[in-house]
Design a protein around this ligand. Structure first.
Ligand SMILES: *[C@@H]1O[C@H](CO)[C@@H](O)[C@H](O)[C@H]1NC(C)=O
Ligand SMILES: *[C@@H]1O[C@H](CO)[C@@H](O)[C@H](O)[C@H]1NC(C)=O
Ligand SMILES: *[C@@H]1O[C@H](CO)[C@@H](O)[C@H](O)[C@H]1NC(C)=O
Ligand SMILES: *[C@@H]1O[C@H](CO)[C@@H](O)[C@H](O)[C@H]1NC(C)=O
Ligand SMILES: *[C@@H]1O[C@H](CO)[C@@H](O)[C@H](O)[C@H]1NC(C)=O
Ligand SMILES: *[C@@H]1O[C@H](CO)[C@@H](O)[C@H](O)[C@H]1NC(C)=O
Length: 555
């Protein structure tokens, strides 16, 4: 199936082509404290903005190859602003020779997927009659050719949808999870891809879980797994998942991982809206966000302070925007990811599966591509995550002096001043205003005396030069710490907000607590650290004159 002409996709591609200047990292990657860095002089930060490409289900072939040619998919990944794929596989693909040598055609046929065979014939005829292992290598080769980095993720033992407590794939010693076989499989994968430069990392095992999970057994085998991977492929980052579906790495607090090598270890964590059931929908989003982020920091986020990179290797939402639980979680997630400038992998690339959980051609509403793998499913979702696709800070990126950005997670935009005469609005973070957040809690435009001021309920925020009264002081309040509040002259608290024209205003603070019917997202802002070199903001000459006079009068 070829994609029909679509003005919106073309627009989107042009948009992303202009805002993402692709920069190819010098590989291999290694770690420098909590940052992943490249092999160039000085080790510049590389932020993993990955998308999960599923290849571990019953067919054991990367999804979508009956819909689009493999190189077309690789190129779409880059055009949507991702620089990397977390490619999943079942360990049996590499430990069971019978399985590894079945051809793609045979594997599809066995499941009665006649339509997929026809689609494959049309889109990827050269892969259709390859053995499953070779087909997997072809996908890696395509990503490699197109400059997409790859993290190979051992997702499961026996091919199929993952995960439950009792699926036999959860923990060392389960029916389909023989630790020795797993070590053999990892060795084979690491060896096979040792010379594929773009395979930058290996995720040793997805979502450990179930009744057998055990901390001391975790150390025994994860350390062994890390060593065998490193021995076969010393270039790869070694990525370790925690317990309880990769939600818990708290045990690392008490006992660090003991390895013979250094600067290659990364931890991974998963966080979805449904990780907390329906809490987002039934609770007050501020309170839920505050509580859940606090919990995540205790279980995994603390690793950043211990000097390890933390890769959020699965997160995502129903992109139709109809799942309120997901929508509320997403705003909190994006604020957290921007605040800590995390590496991550979105679930998922997949628009539809060949066959999942007994269903032929199942649509994936968490997928960034649509059913036919043609277009982005939801361009506003991509717009929203585009700010976190590039690094805000990290080694080698300090081309601009440290500053703050005022980030609005609900839109993925930042507070921007387009001209001295125009009100502050939201705009792309790459063109946003750089601020200082002073000990006196004023937000001042870097290099000027202008501070942000509240003017009243429902009024546009303004810039002033007398920055001493309470209307110039901004404080993160509410359980989520995502409301930026100030006091107007009569002492009334107001919160930063955005109106229907994208203008920055202040309003009565909303949805602070208890109310679960109310969504605070328009009032959620996060002051984040950045050394990102923005696009030069072009102010008119008169702006510069006014600023110079302003500075001159005070200085
Ligand atoms: C190996 O794979 C084949 C083909 O899927 C399967 O029939 C067989 O049961 C597998 N063997 C083991 C030991 O899992
Ligand atoms: C990878 O390349 C090295 C030399 O650079 C070679 O010795 C090794 O055999 C290659 N490995 C594989 C699996 O091709
Ligand atoms: C974890 O496994 C170790 C070693 O096999 C065993 O001694 C210990 O009792 C187990 N702990 C739990 C909580 O099951
Ligand atoms: C893996 O490749 C590196 C070069 O990139 C080479 O030095 C090393 O010997 C290779 N390891 C194996 C086991 O082939
Ligand atoms: C780390 O492992 C090495 C052997 O690989 C061992 O000699 C050493 O005692 C271990 N250190 C700790 C702190 O467990
Ligand atoms: C995209 O997502 C937004 C918000 O999440 C939603 O309002 C919109 O309907 C979605 N569009 C499509 C085409 O699903």
């Amino acid at each position: 199936m070829s994609c029909s002409f679509s003005p919106s996709l073309i627009f989107l591609l042009i948009l992303f082509a202009t805002i993402n200047h692709h920069h190819t990292a010098a590989l291999p990657l290694s770690t420098n404290s909590r940052w992943i860095v490249d092999d160039g002089k000085g080790g510049e930060r590389v932020k993993l903005s990955c998308v999960n490409w599923v290849s571990h289900l019953d067919v054991v072939v990367a999804e979508g190859l009956s819909k689009q040619p493999v190189d077309v998919i690789s190129k779409k990944i880059l055009k949507m602003g991702f620089n990397c794929v977390r490619l999943t596989y079942p360990i049996f693909l590499f430990t069971n020779n019978t399985l590894g040598s079945i051809t793609v055609r045979q594997s599809l046929k066995k499941l009665g997927l006649i339509e997929s065979i026809a689609g494959f014939q049309a889109n990827n005829p050269s892969i259709l009659d390859l053995p499953l292992i070779k087909a997997f290598q072809e996908v890696v080769a395509s990503l490699d050719r197109n400059n997409v980095m790859i993290i190979l993720d051992n997702h499961i033992g026996k091919p199929g949808w993952c995960c439950s407590d009792f699926d036999g794939n959860g923990f060392f010693g389960d029916q389909y999870f023989d630790p020795d076989l797993w070590l053999k499989g990892l060795t084979k994968v690491a060896t096979l891809f040792n010379n594929s430069t773009n395979v930058v990392g290996m995720s040793l095992r997805n979502e450990l879980r179930g009744p057998k999970q055990n901390v001391s057994v975790w150390y025994r085998y994860m350390q062994k797994g890390a060593e065998v991977v490193h021995a076969a492929n010393p270039n790869a980052l070694v990525i370790l998942s925690g317990l309880s579906y990769d939600k818990d790495l708290s045990f690392i607090q008490a006992q660090p991982v003991n390895l013979t090598f250094s600067n290659k270890l990364v931890f991974e964590v998963h966080w979805y809206g449904f990780s907390n059931g329906e809490d987002w929908k039934t609770g007050n989003p501020n309170q839920v966000c505050g509580r859940v982020v606090d919990d995540i920091m205790k279980r995994s986020g603390f690793l950043l302070d211990k000097g390890y990179p933390l890769f959020v290797s699965e997160w995502g939402v129903d992109q139709r925007g109809t799942n309120e639980n997901d929508n509320r979680y997403l705003n909190c997630f994006i604020a957290w990811a921007a605040d800590h400038d995390l590496d991550w992998a979105l679930w998922t690339l997949v628009g539809s599966y060949y066959f999942r959980e007994g269903v032929v051609g199942m649509e994936e509403f968490y997928g960034v591509l649509d059913y036919d793998w043609c277009e982005a499913r939801n361009s506003s979702f991509l717009q929203k995550i585009s700010a976190i696709q590039s690094p805000f800070q990290g080694p080698g990126l300090s081309k601009s002096r440290p500053h703050k950005l005022i980030f609005h997670p609900a839109t993925g935009l930042c507070v921007q001043r387009t001209s001295f005469f125009k009100p502050l609005t939201l705009g792309p973070c790459s063109e946003a205003e750089r601020w200082d957040y002073t000990p006196k809690k004023t937000l001042t435009i870097k290099g000027t005396y202008y501070c942000l001021q509240a003017d009243g309920v429902g009024k546009k925020s303004k810039l002033g030069i007398i920055c001493t009264d309470t209307s110039s002081q901004w404080e993160p309040i509410s359980a989520s710490k995502l409301h930026l509040s100030s006091k107007i002259n009569n002492g009334t608290s107001v919160c930063m907000d955005v109106d229907s024209e994208n203008t920055i205003v202040t309003n009565t603070c909303k949805c602070l607590a208890n109310d679960n019917m109310c969504d605070p997202a328009s009032q959620w802002f996060k002051i984040i650290n950045s050394t990102r070199l923005g696009a030069a903001v072009s102010h008119s000459p008169i702006d510069y004159i006014l600023e110079t006079i302003g500075v001159g009068m005070l200085g």
